[in-house]
Design a protein around this ligand. Structure first.
Ligand code: FAD
Length: 558
């Protein structure tokens, strides 16, 4: 099934006319994983997303596929084992967007784990997650830790541990999962919101869905509602799970969500020039945060605070920024980070299950399924890392109810663009494309970036680039034009924000360069879609809002 923005009317029509086995509401990683699992077992699948795919929590995480070392502290061994084992599978299925990341764990006086406990903890972690030999933990002396990371303060340093996590781009992982689901026949659409449900003899059998694209202000109004009919309806709405449950006749009974906010800040690499990723203690509250170098920046996070404001667009506030800056300066005193060093931020909401009397950091990250008497299935909690297992669980349940005996096959199913067997293969593929691309002036950096985002689908972008090389004679313009065309025709991009935030992550990782590039890219987009001047300006204004919002906390500084 198409995943092109240019075929929206056809997809919309399809959604209204077909009778599906499963309708999934929510296009974050949970919904995407469920769609892929269900369609790969032969079910007829539809998925709708009210905003852009991955615009909820799934573009706002720490972007790690990880075993959750911190859960050892809470003795959640089963969770550590499950997500730890999953890391390897997620990496194998999408090696272009998931790769091993060396992580340093400094052990400091007053920190949450002592030397012995850290050593045992990391060993248990390796054991539970069946970590391959080359990635197993190594304990370091104080001197070796300090040599490995010279910026660490030495007065409280006792030693360190080195272990491996996997880094990813959450939004790209979501998109590659959805694209694979669509390749296998799932009908997926963004900007389509479930506003309510329909019932037959008390059982849920359809969702009333509205086209939300006109809400962007760029596109004209479409037919108001369609009914998407399905045997099973799954609520994978992340932080909105309870909002959607409240639209069901049964409302919210029993367990409910507890939202906590997590913020990350981005600084230029030279402001925090660490040698590797570091997972370090915040001494005042015994939490731990990550500092992760990525290209020309380092990002640091996260906070974990109760959240009760509007769900649709959480943003960082000054207290969040200050907390992270203080944590960095406490452990890396010579860097003297200030709010002025921050060049971007993001904030996300954890859709956790409420437990009476627990603080945000104590709440379990376990996933749970709620089944309402109406038949509405809701899935909440969980982690990006465990999305495949979570999906397996819920699709097993659906298959059982529908009398379908098909086992889960996603363990060996490559995501879109992920057809590589090793890091060496990725390198070889990249080198070959770099060689070809120089003919049209594209740099090695552009190709390397494309391969890390789109994997083997880079070939399609290169095809576009060859075709457009006469029209765009400047290499940087050609690169943007080809990538944007791919995003529109193959990744359902409708707005500049879709492209610069969720498909490419540029708002977070390359924000300063967007001062120069948002206009020309907006212009290209307008040409591709054949927009009026007014539509073009609205698209730019919509992005400008997001561009400014990530730095809104600055207005709080007196
Ligand atoms: P979401 O991504 O929020 O998706 C739900 C979607 O449903 C949204 O896009 C929303 O627009 C849509 N929706 C809602 N209502 C409707 C409706 N009525 N109709 C249609 N669509 C609707 N996990 C890890 O494994 N590793 C990490 O490093 C990590 N770091 C994290 C850091 C932070 C700060 C946070 C907040 C979370 C982190 N997590 C991490 C957890 C992980 O990000 C989440 O568990 C995961 O992204 C949740 O995905 P989801 O699909 O359930 O929710």
């Amino acid at each position: 099934m198409s995943f092109s923005a240019l075929e929206r009317s056809q997809i919309w029509e399809n959604l209204g006319n077909e009778y599906f086995d499963v309708l999934i509401i929510g296009g974050g990683i949970t919904g995407a994983g469920i769609a892929l699992d269900a369609v790969s077992r032969g079910l007829k699948v539809a998925l709708i997303e009210k905003n852009d795919f991955a615009s909820g929590t799934s573009s706002r995480s720490t972007k790690l596929v990880h075993g959750g070392l911190r859960y050892l502290k809470q003795f959640e061994f089963a969770l550590v084992r499950d997500v730890g084992l999953e890391r390897a599978i997620v990496c194998r299925n999408a090696p272009h967007v998931v790769s091993p990341e060396r992580m340093l764990l400094p052990i400091v006086e007053g920190g949450s784990l002592g030397k012995t406990l850290s050593s045992i903890g990391l060993w248990v972690y390796d054991f539970l997650a069946k970590v391959p030999k080359e990635e197993r933990r190594k304990m370091l002396s104080k001197e070796k830790t300090s040599t490995s990371e010279p910026l660490l303060r030495t007065d409280i340093l006792k030693g360190g541990g080195v272990y491996y996590e996997y880094r990813t781009d959450d939004a790209r992982l979501t998109i590659e999962t959805l694209k694979r689901a669509a390749e296998l026949g799932a009908v997926c659409l963004n900007y389509a919101e479930a506003k309510g449900f329909e019932y037959e003899q008390g059982k849920i059998n359809a969702a009333r869905v509205q086209d939300m694209l006109s809400d962007t202000g760029i596109y004209p109004k479409k037919a108001p509602f369609i009914h998407i009919k399905a045997k099973k309806i799954i609520n994978a709405a992340g932080p909105w799970v309870d909002t959607l449950r409240s639209k069901d006749t049964d409302g919210i009974k029993g367990k409910r969500l507890h939202l906590t906010k997590g913020v990350h800040i981005v600084v230029p690499k030279e402001k925090l020039p660490i040698q590797q990723s570091v997972y370090f203690d915040v001494l005042k509250d015994k939490r731990m945060v990550f500092a992760i170098p990525r290209g020309k920046i380092t990002y640091i996070g996260t906070t974990d605070t109760n959240y009760t404001n509007g769900i649709d667009n959480p943003v960082a506030n000054y207290a969040d920024i200050n907390y992270i800056i203080e944590a960095v300066n406490e452990l890396f005193p010579t860097v003297r980070l200030t709010p002025d060093d921050v060049i971007s931020t993001w904030a996300g909401l954890r859709p956790l299950i409420h437990e009476e009397g627990k603080s945000p950091s104590e709440l379990s990250r376990k996933d749970e399924i709620f089944i309402a008497p109406s038949g509405l299935i809701s899935m909440a909690g969980g982690k990006l890392t465990g999305y495949r297992k979570m999906s397996e669980k819920v699709v097993n349940l659906v298959c059982k109810d529908l009398g379908i005996k098909k086992p889960c096959i996603t363990k060996g199913l490559r995501l879109s663009g992920g057809n590589f067997n090793s890091a060496k293969e990725i390198q070889h593929f990249t080198e070959l494309r770099i060689g070809e691309a120089t003919q049209i002036g594209l740099s090695a950096a552009v190709i390397t970036d494309w391969v890390s985002k789109y994997g083997t689908n880079t070939d399609l972008i290169l095809e576009y680039a060859y075709k457009m090389a006469r029209q765009y004679t400047k290499p940087a313009e050609l690169a943007h034009a080809a990538e944007l065309k791919y995003a529109i025709e193959q990744e359902m991009v409708y707005t500049l924000s879709d492209y610069l935030v969720r498909r490419t992550g540029r708002l977070y990782f390359e924000r300063p360069s967007l001062a120069e590039w948002q206009l020309p890219i907006g212009e290209m987009m307008s040409q591709f879609f054949n927009w009026t001047e007014e539509q073009k300006l609205r698209n730019l204004a919509l992005f400008q809002k997001e561009y400014k919002e990530v730095m809104n906390w600055k207005t709080e500084i007196k």
